[in-house]
Design a protein around this ligand. Structure first.
Ligand code: SF4
Length: 63
């Protein structure tokens, strides 16, 4: 199973990943950075799109 990692040190809080896949990503209201809400079973199109769209490459997949 793949694991999504989100590096909050890199995240600039642009809100793109929760917009593209609110099932997997959400904004942390204390830090204003994104976090993984729930690990997806597979890296589907919406998740991949969020990974590709992150302006600072903060999201990666661990296989
Ligand atoms: S797309 Fe990247 S920079 Fe934007 S909120 Fe998500 S992790 Fe943070």
């Amino acid at each position: 199973m793949s694991k999504i990692n989100l590096d909050q040190d890199k995240c600039i809080g642009c809100n793109t990943c929760p917009l593209l896949n609110p099932e997997v990503f959400e904004m942390d209201t204390t830090t204003y950075k994104a976090k993984v809400k729930s690990q997806p079973k597979t890296v589907d199109e919406a998740t991949q799109s969020a990974i590709d769209s992150c302006p600072v490459q903060a999201i990666s997949v661990e296989n």
